[in-house]
Design a protein around this ligand. Structure first.
Ligand SMILES: [Zn+2]
Length: 115
């Protein structure tokens, strides 16, 4: 399963950043264009975190919708479209740069503080 390897990497990254402290919660940003299914990631997370610092961690998945920026003037396309927009409302250019939708980031994490 595609998600399993990716989730394993993410858990490893978070565990390393936690520096030995148990992790309470992890926020994960997943772009809707990544072909990663949040439900699959959630499932893999439950498997992969066993025996790690993330064993008791809650997983919050934030889905990021696709967005575009005009290549010429930097104006964002109106709305959030899966497909590339036709022409820039500002300058009429038709070349676009992807702005969002392909994220796969650990956005934030919360660790237990030492008492
Ligand atoms: Zn433009």
């Amino acid at each position: 399963m595609h998600e399993l390897g990716i989730t394993r990497n993410l858990v490893a990254i978070v565990a390393e950043a936690a520096q030995g402290r148990p992790v309470r919660k992890v926020w994960l940003e997943i772009g809707t264009q990544t072909a990663l299914l949040p439900d699959s990631v959630r499932f893999c997370f439950d498997v992969v975190r066993q025996g790690t610092l993330l064993e008791a961690a809650e997983l919050e998945i934030v889905e990021v919708a696709p967005g575009w920026l005009c290549e010429d003037c930097g104006t964002p396309a109106g709305g959030e479209a899966e497909a590339m927009p036709a022409a820039c409302a500002h300058c009429g250019a038709t070349r676009w740069r992807r702005r969002t939708g392909q994220e796969l980031n650990v956005k934030a994490m919360e660790v237990e503080t030492c008492v």
